[in-house]
Design a protein around this ligand. Structure first.
Ligand code: MN
Length: 258
């Protein structure tokens, strides 16, 4: 294992997001950085993978962080990871860090998140991955402290390793580091979505349906969950695995008359 890893940095907000720029800059302390990120915003696209049309991945010399090689891709976040491991990059990355997402990825959010999907894709390839999200939905948020702690977690992942098919999901509270309560290792919490369906009619008289997204809440009282931690000013660090088998349900299903 090389002492300094080759780190692929990607995201779902797009290569021009201030979040990925801050993250790539901070990760230079940990390793050599290559950015392969989408050329547009793929937020809430989940684990989209593109198999039925071609993808671009052009050099992006305008990436504003010195010492970083960057490519902008027409693909989704998971595509950026896949093409990087499958030949875009002459030397394969040792690990992937995705983010910093503009907005949190807590509880069930991780199933919608393109940021976390990039980490899932990395885990499928058998490499360690970290996803980093900031609990602030403004692109004008301060990403510097989140980038520093993201790099700290990435260094620990590199030093300690991860089991194959696992990843680390980091959520940072919307506070300066001096006001953080600490870093909490957590489990996934429970989100509560209150989206509303807006029904309208297009100019031709045909109905349309618009899922109007409302800032989700969640069970903030469930101790040691990601939602509990971020709500209290902790940086949340959640180990996630791809094996979603429900072991409790498995033994119950075995009792069914199948
Ligand atoms: Mn996003």
């Amino acid at each position: 294992m090389p002492t300094r890893p080759h780190i692929l940095v990607t995201n779902d907000d797009g290569i021009t997001s201030p979040g990925i720029q801050a993250l790539a800059a901070a990760l230079r302390e940990v390793g050599r950085i290559t950015v392969v990120a989408p050329d547009s915003n793929w937020s809430i696209s989940g684990h989209q993978k593109t198999l039925r049309r071609f993808l671009r991945a052009d050099p992006f010399p305008d990436f504003p962080v010195e010492g970083v090689t960057a490519y902008a891709s027409s693909g989704a976040p998971a595509d950026c990871v896949a093409i990087s491991f499958q030949g875009l990059l002459r030397d394969k990355p040792d690990m992937v860090v995705s983010g910093i997402n503009i907005g949190p990825n807590l509880g069930q959010d991780i199933t919608y998140s393109g940021t976390v999907a990039a980490a899932f894709e990395t885990a499928i390839f058998g490499y360690p991955a970290v996803a980093v999200s900031l609990n602030n939905r403004s692109p004008r948020a301060h990403f510097g402290d989140a980038a520093t702690v993201g790099a700290q977690v990435a260094a620990q992942v590199w030093a300690n390793g991860l089991p194959s098919h696992s990843l680390i999901n980091v959520n940072v509270p919307d506070l300066p580091a001096s006001e953080w309560q600490g870093i909490a290792v957590t489990r996934l919490g429970v989100r509560e979505y209150t989206d509303e369906l807006v029904v309208g009619e297009d100019p031709a008289g045909r109905p349309y349906y618009w899922i109007n997204s409302v800032e989700p809440g969640g069970k903030t009282e469930l101790e040691n969950t990601d939602i509990w931690a971020v709500h209290r000013g902790y940086v949340s660090v959640t180990p996630i695995r791809l094996d979603m088998t429900d072991d409790v349900l498995l033994s119950r299903v075995q009792e069914w008359e199948l």
